[in-house]
Design a protein around this ligand. Structure first.
Ligand code: BDP
Length: 672
């Protein structure tokens, strides 16, 4: 096994009769999937029926015994995958109606037209390449089809094909024509394509002097461009836009607001049913706490956006850190469609090296109570249409997919792609169930396995499934522990974002790009004061959260140093000093990784040797990096705390000055 088949490994199928009166390319796939993978009663008959049913929403389905019913052929396909997944994982189909939580379940690829991938750790782009960029080979087509199938199997129905730091080139005919071929392969699997656009495209492509969204000539340019795109790709999904953010052009360059910019594009797309996903990832080099800026910028615009605009908000207020409180924009923007953006690629979570199952992090965000419409206004319900009547509901994940044989660079990173799709389909799913399914689909049995129902009662479950699932469930907390416990954040090594770098602060660089801005360590203590006495970021949260975060006694310890600056001898709930507690947490994180190694080393008999050894190597490298994080952070912060590292903790094995000297090892951040 090389991992290329993901969670869709070949099965020896049993015979099945499929009855389906309608026909379409999607239904042909649905039928074929049943024939290729059926593990139910041999010779069973299964009916696929397209029939309007009010209880079934968009591409949902109704699954009962041997009948899958849906409003659309895509719904049928999703029903087929659900049925097969149940057969293979020994899950009992819940039966009845199964509707997706979000209407648009999208992967954002940060792929550049030259084939490189921003924050990609699994090789180059599957869509674009530098050499011979516009020839479409049979291998390209095969890969795009496999990609589409994997997405469909977990309910993903959209792909943004290029980086949010968008090259204007993407809107030129050659790229659009390649996108057309990609779209044609994704279409039967129900996956629409979208593009990220550069706001200044009218300048760089159209030769205009301005990209002012209120300039009639600029509006006309976009209208024409959109028309051209739809003439090439009739079911094109729309635009994703990063504007007036991290140096990207945007409406603010012309004295206009985010609403002016988004609405102008929305008006161009509207006649064709296209969407604008407008990102709220904005912060500038001013004196305001970076964590507050997106809210400050977007809240005054609530209600000012066209209804085919969705504001795309990262899970936390800063930037995909190992742990952040949820972004205060969720639930706060009540008159605007808002969608969560998660990062599947592990930019701040160990690239393709660490085993980190991100599902628990996303679950934590989705389940966070915003209190915006009373108790129970969790992020999931604020964004999936349960609470606010949003016209469009959507969720995005920044893809971790590249040309590597196993797609994601690390076999366990596939679980994050899988989990994103599953949560986008059903935002109430628990990470334990998702991990359970994924492990069974990905590792159970091998080619010698008899067909028929899997048997999950024996050794495999006890000695493999149970411990490996535990490892996955604990993995994110372990990473938080050895990198940024107690609410610390953004103290990673510069640029590469792999490994520790709490000291990094060259002269002249924007303070909010440096770790000391975030940890604020001094002999007085550590942590970012976001209480009323500090930046007052807590006020962006609805009561009772705002008071709960403001008060050090009620602030959850996992967010302690996110919201508070505290002295080193501050007494924690367990009676330890803050300094000691910090030390123990770093140490716990390291030990957790060592436990993962033991779990995996014992998994040998249950996994093919290739995947076994590849994961084993990753865990070894992760352990080395975890120790480095612990040593670096403890030795660095010790300069301020001036307190000993508790003596029952394993001593540092790296010297701080050596770590700092070697900090550039992964400096490019794209090499791994
Ligand atoms: C940051 C990444 C940067 C992205 C940016 C974004 O470091 O490469 O361009 O997010 O989301 O996390 O736009």
């Amino acid at each position: 096994q090389n991992g290329h088949q993901l969670w869709l490994r070949d099965k020896k199928a049993l015979p099945v009769h499929v009855i389906c009166k309608q026909n379409s390319p999607t239904l042909t796939i649905a039928r074929q999937e049943l024939h290729d993978s059926w593990q139910g009663a041999p010779g069973a008959t299964i009916s696929l029926i397209i029939k309007k049913d009010r209880a079934v929403k968009v591409d949902g389905f109704k699954l009962n015994e041997n009948v899958i019913q849906a409003n659309t052929d895509k719904g049928i396909l999703y029903g087929v995958y659900e049925l097969l997944r149940n057969q293979q994982t020994g899950g009992k189909p819940k039966g009845g109606v199964d509707n997706p939580s979000y209407q648009f379940r999208i992967l954002d690829h940060w792929d550049n037209p030259d084939g490189s991938i921003e924050r990609g750790y699994a090789g180059n782009s599957i869509f674009w390449r530098k050499q011979d960029p516009f020839t479409v080979t049979d291998e390209d087509k095969k890969l795009w089809q496999e990609y589409a199938r994997a997405n469909a199997s977990i309910g993903i129905n959209g792909s943004v094909l290029n980086n949010v730091n968008a090259s204007p080139m993407i809107l030129t005919p050659d790229y659009l024509n390649r996108a057309k071929v990609i779209a044609s392969l994704l279409r039967p699997y129900g996956v629409k394509i979208y593009l990220s656009v550069n706001f200044a495209s009218p300048v760089s492509l159209g030769g205009f002097k301005t990209a002012d969204p209120l300039d009639p000539a600029v509006m006309a340019w976009w209208k024409n461009k959109v028309k051209e795109i739809y003439s090439i790709i009739p079911d094109f999904g729309g635009f994703l836009v990063k504007a007036s953010s991290e140096g990207q052009p945007g409406p603010q360059n012309y004295g206009r607001t985010h609403a002016d910019g988004a609405n102008m594009l929305a008006d161009a797309l509207n006649p064709f049913g296209g969407l604008v996903m407008w990102r709220a990832f904005v912060y500038s080099a001013n004196n305001e706490d970076r964590a507050k800026q997106a809210y400050d910028e977007f809240m005054p615009l609530d209600g000012k956006f066209r209804d085919n605009v969705i504001i795309q908000v990262k899970n936390g207020p800063i930037d995909f850190q190992a742990r952040e409180p949820f972004s205060p924009l969720f639930g706060a923007m009540k008159k605007t469609s808002v969608m969560p953006e998660f990062q599947v690629t592990q930019e701040y979570l160990g690239h393709a090296v660490y085993v980190v199952f991100l599902s628990t992090m996303w679950e934590e965000c989705l389940q966070s109570d915003t209190y915006q419409q009373g108790k129970g206004s969790i992020v999931a319900r604020c964004t999936d249409g349960s609470i606010f009547p949003q016209k469009n509901t959507a969720i995005a994940g920044v893809s971790n997919i590249g040309l590597d044989t196993n797609w994601c660079g690390n076999h366990f990173a596939q679980a994050n792609w899988y989990a994103f799709g599953r949560l986008a389909w059903n935002d109430t799913l628990k990470s334990g169930q998702i991990a359970d399914e994924w492990i069974k689909l990905t590792f159970y049995g091998d080619s010698s396995q008899k067909s028929g129902e899997a048997d999950y009662t024996g050794d495999w479950t006890k000695n493999f499934l149970v411990p490996v699932k535990q490892m996955m469930i604990d993995s994110r907390e372990a990473a938080v522990n050895f990198m940024t416990p107690l609410g610390l954040h953004h103290i990673m090594s510069a640029n590469g974002h792999y490994g520790p770098g709490p000291w990094w602060a060259p002269k002249g660089i924007r303070p909010d790009w440096t770790p000391p801005y975030y940890h604020q360590a001094s002999t007085n203590g550590i942590g970012f004061d976001r209480t009323k006495k500090g930046s007052d970021a807590i006020s962006q949260y609805h009561e009772p959260l705002s008071s709960e975060f403001n008060n050090v006694a009620t602030c959850p310890e996992k967010f302690l140093l996110w919201f508070h600056h505290l002295p080193w001898d501050y007494k924690m709930k367990d009676g330890r000093t803050l300094w000691d507690d910090l030390c123990y947490r770093y140490d716990t994180g390291v030990n957790q990784v060592r436990e993962f190694q033991k779990i995996w080393d014992k998994a040998g008999p249950f996994v093919d040797s290739t995947r076994f050894m590849e994961v084993q190597r990753k865990l070894r490298e992760q352990e080395i990096n975890a120790v480095l994080w612990k040593d670096a952070c403890l030795l660095y912060f010790q300069q301020f705390s001036r307190m000993p590292i508790p003596y029952d903790i394993e001593r540092p094995v790296n010297n701080l000055d050596d770590i700092i000297k070697n900090d550039t090892r992964r400096g490019d951040g794209r090499s791994h």
